[in-house]
Design a binder for this molecule. Structure first.
Ligand code: SF4
Length: 229
């Protein structure tokens, strides 16, 4: 009874509209997923439970922001990258320790994932590298919190301009595919990649095969499948 009301509250707030530009968090994501978001392809609704997990992560972020201000090392929090054409994003914080500025990126996770974390996750490195690039800051901190036990791990990341150039090139390549209506292929390790397990587009992705395909052709397949259902 109450559970249903609360679930509905979360589901009603779900924002899953069409995407019109890249976000920094798209770095390292499956290009096909990002393509589908730009085309507003049919996607599965997210579970209310997952939305509550995201919300809990936001509380943890705010808690850390509060501590940064009390420690007087928080320069600014939730700061958008300078406007430019291809990508937008918001860094968690810029902090200053011993007169050196750092981009801070906070990630929260469950105990099991946290316990096995011995190095920063690749997709998190990509994201913080782009923040470093756009804010012209040379060092960043990837800050991981165990949501269950409140333990913390941190990794210092140095700016790597070569990596940033290759990430920006990937975005440009994907933009060309989006403009030309060409659906990118599946991930090389599809369907075993962890992204496939949580993908809102899994159903239509499975339907249309692994290779690059015309979006118009792909849409026809999806529509013919929908009429059968
Ligand atoms: S199922 Fe996997 S390969 Fe297909 S769109 Fe989703 S993440 Fe990409």
């Amino acid at each position: 009874m109450l559970k249903e009301l609360i679930d509905k509250f979360y589901l009603d707030q779900q924002r899953d509209g069409q995407q019109f530009h890249f976000y920094i968090t798209d770095a390292g994501k499956c290009p096909r997923t990002v393509f589908f978001k730009f085309k507003n392809a049919p996607r599965a609704k997210m579970d209310a439970r997952i939305l509550r997990i995201f919300e809990r992560g936001e509380y943890l972020h705010r808690n850390i922001f509060n501590i940064l201000y009390r420690l007087r090392i928080g320069v600014t929090t939730e700061v958008s990258i300078p406007a430019q054409e291809i990508i937008s994003g918001r860094a968690d914080a810029i902090i200053s320790i011993n007169n050196e500025n750092y981009i801070l990126d906070i990630k929260s996770m469950n105990s099991m994932i946290f316990r096995n974390l011995t190095a920063p996750k690749q997709e998190n490195i990509y994201q913080i590298q782009l923040y470093l690039h756009y804010f012209n800051i040379k060092k960043g901190i990837l800050f991981y919190i165990d949501k269950d036990k409140q333990d913390i791990k941190e990794f210092i990341i140095n700016y790597n301009s070569q990596l940033v150039q290759s990430l920006l090139k990937d975005f440009e390549e994907l933009k060309k595919k989006i403009d030309a209506d060409v659906v990118p292929p599946v991930l090389p390790d599809y369907p075993d990649n962890w992204q496939c397990s949580y993908c809102q587009f899994r159903e239509i992705c499975d339907l249309c095969g692994g290779k690059e395909i015309s979006w118009q052709e792909f849409k026809k397949k999806i529509e013919s499948q929908e009429t059968k259902m």
